[in-house]
Design a protein around this ligand. Structure first.
Ligand SMILES: C[S@@+](CC[C@H](N)C(=O)[O-])C[C@H]1O[C@@H](n2cnc3c(N)ncnc32)[C@H](O)[C@@H]1O
Length: 250
């Protein structure tokens, strides 16, 4: 939570007027699982800036490219030649567009968010910049989607890589969000290919996150690995990457 408050207060909230500041901060502290909170956040954020700028909840693509790009290179195209990537709760982060831009392998990147305001901002920004992909077969799209309902949009075992930068954190830290975080994780595990991986970027302590991930995998009858690595420190907060690679026991 400290990191979120720091991110908010240091980066953007400092320009809010005092009253707006406290009410939006309170809303964020308690209701980060609610669409209305995020619609308000992205509306207020964009109305203050003279032109669109990506907002990173915490670090951006350059801090994690060494984790993500090797996973794309390891892809062996079989049935589906493009590597299917899903960024859940993309917000207005540049993570998805940067992967699309830098991946040497063909990737189909879907950036999904529950807030239509964030989705629209990203569609407009990418359209106006005409981002060029490294691989001509790569695709990038932004969609409004409740990621606790992934099976309404994806077939089981159809996604190679799911990215979650701060979204599970947001749900877990909300008054009524824990159930949604668990539901979102179980949907991610269902739509992931057996060769796939879920990467959660988070500041949650490994003792808590590893136990939660392993317990939820077991509840779904899945085996597999949960790996953890430290990504780095930002404004006094340490961030981790949790890599979940589920396998169905034979
Ligand atoms: C902490 S922000 C992280 C945004 C972005 N990943 C980043 O790193 O800047 C959490 C994001 O999750 C989105 N979100 C919250 N609940 C969601 C849900 N059920 N489905 C999809 N997105 C959701 C919010 O709209 C918000 O953009």
């Amino acid at each position: 939570m400290i990191s979120i408050l720091k991110a908010l207060s240091v980066r953007r909230i400092s320009v809010f007027c005092a009253r707006k500041h406290s009410s939006l901060t309170t809303e964020l502290l308690e209701n980060m699982d609610k669409k209305s909170t995020w619609d308000r956040f992205y509306t207020e954020n964009s109305s203050r800036a003279p032109s669109f700028k990506n907002f990173e909840w915490f670090f951006g693509f350059d801090s994690v490219r060494h984790i993500i790009l090797p996973l794309l290179r390891a892809h062996k195209p079989d049935l589906d030649p493009a590597f299917q990537i899903l960024d859940i709760g993309c917000g207005t982060s540049a993570l998805g567009p940067c992967i699309y831009k830098h991946s040497p392998a063909a990737v189909h990147v879907t950036c999904a968010d529950i807030s239509p305001i964030a989705v629209e901002l990203m569609q407009e920004s990418v359209g106006s910049k005409a981002v060029q992909a490294n691989n001509a077969s790569s695709r990038l799209r932004f969609v409004e989607m409740d990621c606790t309902q992934l099976l309404a949009h994806y077939n089981p075992e159809s996604v190679d890589l799911i990215l979650d930068k701060g979204t599970t954190d947001a749900l877990l830290r909300s008054k009524q969000g824990k159930g949604k975080a668990t539901l979102m994780l179980s949907q991610c595990l269902k739509v992931l290919r057996s060769s796939g991986a879920l990467l959660q970027f988070s500041d949650e302590d490994p003792d808590a996150r590893l136990l939660w991930l392993e317990t939820e995998m077991q509840k779904q009858g899945l085996m597999g690995n949960v790996l953890m690595q430290e990504v780095g420190e930002l404004r006094g907060v340490v961030y981790f990457c949790y890599q979940v690679s589920p396998t169905v026991p034979s």
